[in-house]
Design a protein around this ligand. Sequence first.
Ligand code: KG4
Ligand code: ZN
Length: 330
Amino acid sequence: MLALGIETSCDDTSLALVEDGVLLECLTKSQDQHSGFGGVVPEQASREHAKNLSPLFTGLLEKTGLKACDIGLVAASQGPGLVGALLAGVQFGRGLSLSLNCQYFPVNHLEGHIYSPFLHDAVLPDFPWLILLVSGGHTMLILAKAPFSYRILGGTTDDSVGECFDKVARYLDLGYPGGPAIERLSAGGNSIFRLPRSFLREESYRFSYSGLKTATLKLADDRKTGISDLCASFQEAAIEPLITKTVRACREFHPYSLLVAGGVSANESLRSECLRVSREEGCKLFLPAKKWAMDNAGMVAAAAYHRWKSGAVNPGYRLCVDPGMTLYQP
Ligand code: KG4
Ligand code: ZN
C-alpha cells in the first residue's frame, strides 16, 4: 500500500510517500518569512501552504519515479494546529483522493508523532505502550493498552517543554527552533545552577514549564552567567521532570514498550536518559530517527497506514479540521 502523507499543521509544508509503513521519501518546505515576527503568522502560513503543496507533490513523484495513480491512500493532518494551515492540507489531500479515486484518511497529528519511531521498520512492538510525547505544542504521558486507544496520564498545565526551549532561546537571541541551539550550547557548559523542576515530587503526571522559563530568563539577566552553563542548567532542569514522571509511569503501568516522540525527542540528553530508564525499568525503547522527530509528513502517512492495515474504522471523509484535536480516549 502506497500512502501519501500531508502535514501542514504549523509552518512547514511536508509531503511524504510511505510504502507499507516504511518511508520512501519526504519533501519539506520550511517557511522562513515568519522569523521577523517572532512567531508564526497564521494567515501567511496558510497562503504559503497553498502555494507549496502542488510543487512539492510533483517533486515527490519525480524523485521517487512513482506515478500519482500508484497511490492507494491519501492522509492529511486534521489537527491539532493552526486552522487555516490545516485546511490547506486537508483540502489538497481530499481533492487529490477524489481525483485519484483512492481512500482519504484524516490523521491526528499527535498520533502521527506516536508512529514516527516506526518509519524505517513498520513492525509494531507489543502493548502496552507508554508514550512520552514532547513537542512544541505538547508535553504528555500517554498509556496505550491497545492500538489507537489512548489514556492521557497527564500533561502540562502551562507551557510545553518545546515551547520553553523556544522561549528561552528567543530571549537569548539563539533563533528558532530553540531546542537544537540550546542543546549545542549545553554541550560546552556545566549544569551549575539549580533551576526549578515543577511537580517533581508530586504523585501525578502533571508538568509545568512556566516557572523554569521565568527563572532562566532572570538568570540570563545576570550578566555574570556564561551562556553555555545557563543552557546546560536549563536543559537539565527541563529534562528531569520528563524522566522522573516516565519512571513513575513505568512502575505503575509496566509497559512493554516505551515510545518517545515529538520534536524534543531529538535531544541527545533526553534520548540517553530514556535509554537508561528503559533498561532499568525493563521495557523496550522506541525513538524516531532524529531527522523524523520534528514535524514531517512521513509520520502522518505512517499513522494512516497502520490504521488502514489494522482495519480500524476510517475516521471519515470530513473536510473540517480540528485545531484543538486530542487523542481518542475510550
Ligand atoms: O514536534 P515538533 O516539530 O512540532 C510540534 O508539533 O510542536 O516540535 C518542535 C519543538 C520545538 O519547540 C523545538 O525547539 C523542539 O521541538 N526541539 C528540540 C530539539 N529539536 C527540536 N528541543 C530540545 N532539543 C532538541 N534537540
Ligand atoms: Zn508536531
